[in-house]
Design a protein around this ligand. Structure first.
Ligand SMILES: C[S@@+](CC[C@H](N)C(=O)[O-])C[C@H]1O[C@@H](n2cnc3c(N)ncnc32)[C@H](O)[C@@H]1O
Length: 391
């Protein structure tokens, strides 16, 4: 592919990503993989260059653009080496007309910026994310794993954490294939640590997804006790089984919940859990480093729906706790409505509960919980709180 043809390919991909963001379709990574599957003539350097163009354009554009071409023209207006590739050559993009609009630059959509928690460094939400590993204590120790990754550096506050540079192909390593390590952002690892689970406990990961945090909880429990991973989406829970197998965490039980009827399926667990983790579905504002087009998907109406669902999940989680047990509420969103506001609402609705101090050094105290941000902590952004059911 010529350099101009790569820009045109980025324009076409951006059109698909914009439509998918508008219509709730697949993520950008999936669309890029599909695009190249149908274009076998593109070599690995072409693919990398097109992908870089696409993500550079997505990162610099806060609001969903009119078109892929507008998104790329916005980038070209900042980068002369891209602008010259709009040259009208075969397979390349047509020259940019003098008045032709380009997408405006920015980090956070205008409607959303005032809703982010005050300490959040908004410009830093779109930086490059490193690859963080968690050593799986069920199969390995940091001493055994660290020499396998000589470039890795330690992560403050996480004895089992190791950090590699962006794009490291961890899943091709023997250590990953053997289940000695998991790829897990340091923020997620800190949330699992804040759960403070111990061997022998009864623990419920209520929004387990494919089990990223469940596996960290399993390792902290040393494989002893009861660990239940629940979710409403069958395909997500199904992805946990092979991961648990690889990690040697076969004591995990899964529970598929019926959306809107969760309390019935959970009834037999009422009053039994020492720890319940609610890693709630959210706007994902803390993960834009990895999914920058997520900000093109979010709308005020979708945010309202998420806030309502988070409160509902907290309400059916509460009865599961034994007296003295802890409900950990976590969200990779950085809006106060999804974080501090949910905790305040929960404490207003439920008596006999208190927000506990979280004893980790990373992050900042924020309205009864803890805030992690890419700018302050070099992790994905999270808000989390520990709510104790008083004995
Ligand atoms: C932020 S993701 C969880 C990520 C996961 N804990 C991890 O560490 O990889 C939120 C999850 O909540 C699930 N979810 C949404 N509504 C739910 C509900 N009413 N009850 C349980 N899970 C729900 C979603 O399917 C999604 O998998």
């Amino acid at each position: 592919m010529t350099p101009s043809a790569r820009v045109q390919a980025a324009v076409e991909l951006l059109d698909a990503i914009i439509a998918s963001a508008r219509d709730g379709g697949p993520a950008a990574d999936t669309l890029i993989a599909r695009y190249f599957k149908e274009r076998r003539y593109a070599g690995s350097r072409d693919r990398r260059a097109v992908r870089d163009h696409v993500y550079d354009a997505v990162r610099r554009t806060a609001e969903r653009p009119e078109s892929g071409r507008a998104a790329m023209i916005g980038l070209a207006r900042e980068r002369a080496e891209i602008a010259v590739l709009f040259d009208g050559s075969p397979h390349g993009p047509a020259p940019i007309a003098p008045e032709e609009p380009g997408a405006a630059g920015g980090a956070v959509p205008a409607w959303l910026a005032p809703l982010l928690a005050n300490p959040v460094e908004q410009q830093e939400l779109l930086g490059r994310a490193p690859v963080d590993l968690r050593v799986n204590r069920l199969k390995a120790t940091p001493d055994k794993v660290a020499p396998l990754f000589p470039d890795a550096v330690a992560i403050d506050g996480l004895p089992d954490g190791l950090r590699l540079s962006e794009g490291w192909p961890v899943e091709q390593s023997d250590a990953w294939k053997q289940g000695l390590i998991e790829v897990q952002d340091a923020g997620s690892q800190l949330i699992s640590a804040a759960c403070a689970v111990e061997p022998g406990m009864t623990v419920i990961d209520l929004c387990a997804g494919a089990g990223g945090k469940t596996l960290a909880l399993a390792a902290a429990m040393a494989g002893e006790g009861t660990l239940i991973a629940a979710d409403t989406i069958r395909s997500r829970l199904a992805r946990l089984a092979p991961r648990a197998e690889r990690a040697g965490a076969t004591f995990i039980e899964t529970l598929l919940l019926d959306q809107g009827h969760e309390a019935g399926a959970l009834e037999s667990l009422n009053g039994r859990a020492d720890v319940v983790l609610v890693d709630a579905p959210c706007s994902g504002t803390g993960t834009w480093r990895r999914n920058p087009e997520a900000r093109w998907r979010l709308t005020p109406a979708r945010l309202d729906r998420l806030v309502h669902e988070q409160a509902r999940i907290l309400d059916f989680a509460a009865p599961l706790l034994a007296p003295g047990g802890a409900l950990i509420y976590a969200t990779c969103a950085l809006t106060d409505r999804e974080g501090a506001g949910q905790v305040r609402g929960f404490l207003d609705r439920h008596h006999g509960w208190e927000a506990e101090q979280i004893r980790i050094e990373q992050g900042r105290d924020h309205s009864g919980g803890r805030l992690l941000t890419p700018g302050h902590d070099a992790t994905d952004g999270f808000y989390f709180a520990r709510l104790r059911r008083m004995a």
